[in-house]
Design a protein around this ligand. Structure first.
Ligand SMILES: [Zn+2]
Length: 280
C-alpha cells in the first residue's frame, strides 16, 4: 500500500541505546513509543559508526556498498547509479531539510557528508542546545505548507558517551535533555498527515565503555519508534528491523517506490491496516 504523508520527520539521536528509553529516563520518548509503534530489536549498519549509518540513511545502501566506513575518508565515492533518498524524494515533489546543532568539528563533517550525497534542499545548523535545534525545526515545519522530509540530528548522548561512558550519569542526563527536546516535536505527530520517526545511528559501551564501533549487540541495537497518523498504535514490531528499512519506509510514506538497489524494506507492520482506504 502506498501512503501519502505531507511531512515525515526523522529524529536521529546519535548514540542513544534502546535500553535508555524507559519511563524513568526518557518519559516523553517512552510515551511516544507506548502510544505509537516501536521495533522490538532494530539494528544499525556495520560498522556501527555515525558516518556509515548516516550515509546509509541517505543512500539506502549498506556500508559495504557505499564504502564510507570511517571518518576522514574521501567524499562518498561517485558510485555509478547512486540514487540518494533526498534526490528520489525531490522527484516526488518532496524537499529535504536537515537540522543540526551549530557546527562543531564533528557536525561540520556530517554536514559535508550529507551535502556530498546530494539532493538535500536545506541544511540548518543553528541552535546550541537540543531544545533550540528542535525549536528551529518545529517552526520551519509549521511554516512550510509543502511536502517535506525533515531530519533532526542531535548528538548529546554520543558526546557524553565518549567522554564519560555509555549509561554513565552524564550520558543519562544527555538522554534526558534529548527527551525534553523530542517532546517539543511530538505535537506535530498529532497532525493528520505527519509521520514522526525516532531512531539512533548506533548504541555504545558494548566492548569499550566509551565507544561503539566494535561488533557487539550493545553497539548495534538502536531504538526505532514511529508515531503519527496511520501508525499501528501500541504495537511492537516482531520482525527483524534494520536502520536500512528507514529510507524505503520514508519513500513509501510519500507515495514513492524504492530503487531496487535499496537494501531495506518498507516497515509495513508499523502502519495500521484499519486506515487502508475503502474503495468506492
Ligand atoms: Zn561516536
Amino acid at each position: 500500500m502506498k501512503r501519502n504523508y505531507q511531512k515525515i520527520i526523522l529524529v536521529v539521536l546519535d548514540g542513544l541505546r534502546p535500553d535508555t528509553v524507559t519511563l524513568a529516563r526518557m518519559p516523553h520518548l517512552f510515551g511516544l513509543a507506548a502510544e505509537g509503534w516501536q521495533a522490538d530489536a532494530a539494528i544499525t549498519v556495520t560498522p556501527s559508526i555515525t558516518v556509515a549509518a548516516l550515509t546509509s540513511l541517505a543512500t539506502g545502501l549498506t556500508p559495504a556498498e557505499h564504502g564510507v566506513t570511517r571518518p576522514g575518508l574521501p567524499p562518498l565515492a561517485r558510485l555509478p547509479g547512486l540514487r540518494p533518498l533526498p534526490r528520489e524524494l525531490r522527484q516526488l515533489g518532496v524537499s529535504t531539510t536537515v537540522h543540526l546543532p551549530v557546527l562543531g568539528a564533528g557536525a561540520r563533517w556530517i554536514a559535508g557528508a550529507l551535502l556530498r550525497v546530494g539532493g538535500v534542499t536545506r541544511l540548518c545548523a543553528r541552535g546550541t542546545t537540543p531544545a533550540s535545534v528542535v525549536e528551529f525545526a518545529r517552526q520551519q515545519v509549521e511554516g512550510n505548507r509543502h511536502r517535506e522530509f525533515v531530519v533532526v540530528y542531535l548528538n548529546d548522548t554520543d558526546v557524553a558517551g565518549h567522554a564519560w561512558g555509555w549509561m554513565s550519569g552524564p550520558y543519562l542526563q544527555a538522554a534526558a535533555r534529548l527527551d525534553r527536546a523530542v517532546a517539543r516535536l511530538a505535537p506535530l505527530a498529532r497532525a493528520r498527515d505527519t509521520l514522526l520517526l525516532v531512531t539512533a545511528d548506533h548504541g555504545g559501551g558494548g566492548v569499550d565503555p566509551r565507544d561503539h564501533d566494535a561488533l557487539h549487540p550493545l553497539n548495534r541495537r538502536v531504538p526505532l519508534i514511529a508515531a503519527g497518523a496511520g501508525i499501528a498504535a501500541g504495537q511492537a514490531g516482531r520482525l527483524p528491523t534494520h536502520l536500512l528499512d528507514i529510507p524505503p519506509t520514508v519513500l513509501n510514506g510519500f507515495g514513492g517506490t524504492s530503487p531496487a538497489q535499496y537494501a531495506g524494506r518498507v516497515l509495513h507492520e508499523a502502519f495500521s491496516e484499519e486506515l487502508v482506504p475503502a474503495c468506492g
